[in-house]
Design a protein around this ligand. Structure first.
Ligand SMILES: CC(C)(COP(=O)(O)OP(=O)(O)OC[C@H]1O[C@@H](n2cnc3c(N)ncnc32)[C@H](O)[C@@H]1OP(=O)(O)O)[C@@H](O)C(=O)NCCC(=O)NCCS
Length: 177
C-alpha cells in the first residue's frame, strides 16, 4: 500500500541545527569542499538551515540569514544564502534546485526584497538556471581586517514581485555568508 504522506526523496526539511559533522555527511571531509579556500575569506555561519534526507542520510543543505547592506543610497537588508551542498553521488538530479527553492520560499516570508549569494565563476550558469542574476560590479564585504572587494561572483534574486536590484555601489555590512 502506498503511504501518500511519506516524505519523498525531494522533501525539504527545516533543520534545527547544522553542524560541521552534518556538512561532512554531505560533502565528505575534504579540506575545501566548496572550492573557495583560495579566496582566503572569513565567512558567517548561516542561521536557518534546510536539508534533504534520504534513508536517514543528510544529502543536501542550504542555509540563510538576514544581513545589512547598502546599495547606492539605499540602506536595506538582504537574505544571504550559502552553504549550498549536495552529496557528490547525488548531484545532477535537482537536489540543489529543491533545497534552494525551499529556502527561498522561507526567505520570501522574512521581509527583504532580495536574496544574495556568492559563488565561484563556474557556478554562475547553474544559479542563473535557478533564476538568479549576476551582479556585474564590485561588491565590498566586511572581513576581520576591514572591508575588501569580494573575489567571488555575486548573484541576486528577487524575493518579491517587481523587486529589481537598485543601481549604485554595493557594500555588505557584515562578513559574507
Ligand atoms: C553546486 C551543487 C550544490 C549543485 O548541486 P546539484 O544537485 O548537482 O544541482 P541541481 O541538479 O539541482 O542543478 C540545478 C540546476 O542547474 C542546472 N545546471 C547544473 N550545472 C549547470 C551548468 N554548468 N550550467 C547551467 N546549468 C547547470 C541543472 O540542470 C539544474 O537545472 P534544471 O533543474 O532546470 O535541470 C553541487 O555540485 C555541490 O554540492 N558542489 C560542491 C559544493 C559547492 O560548490 N556549493 C556551491 C556553493 S555556492
Amino acid at each position: 500500500m502506498t503511504d501518500h504522506f511519506a516524505p519523498t526523496s525531494r522533501t525539504v526539511l527545516r533543520l534545527t541545527e547544522y553542524t560541521k559533522a552534518d556538512q561532512t555527511e554531505i560533502l565528505g571531509d575534504g579540506a575545501d569542499p566548496f572550492g573557495v579556500a583560495e579566496a582566503g575569506l572569513t565567512w558567517l555561519p548561516k542561521k536557518d538551515h534546510f536539508g534533504i534526507r534520504q534513508n536517514g542520510r543528510l544529502v543536501a543543505h542550504t542555509g540563510l540569514l538576514q544581513l545589512p547592506i547598502v546599495i547606492g543610497a539605499v540602506e536595506t537588508e538582504v537574505v544571504g544564502i550559502g552553504g549550498v551542498a549536495v552529496a557528490p553521488d547525488l548531484r545532477g538530479q535537482g537536489l540543489a534546485r529543491s533545497v534552494v527553492s525551499a529556502a527561498l520560499d522561507h526567505a520570501r516570508t522574512m521581509g527583504p526584497r532580495f536574496g544574495l549569494l556568492f559563488c565561484r565563476p563556474p557556478l554562475v550558469p547553474l544559479y542563473q538556471r535557478l533564476g538568479w542574476h549576476l551582479l556585474d560590479q564590485d561588491v565590498q564585504v566586511e572581513q576581520p581586517e576591514g572591508p575588501v572587494t569580494m573575489p567571488l561572483r555575486t548573484m541576486w534574486t528577487p524575493l518579491h514581485d517587481g523587486a529589481y536590484w537598485p543601481a549604485g555601489a554595493v557594500r555588505l555590512h557584515s562578513l559574507p555568508m
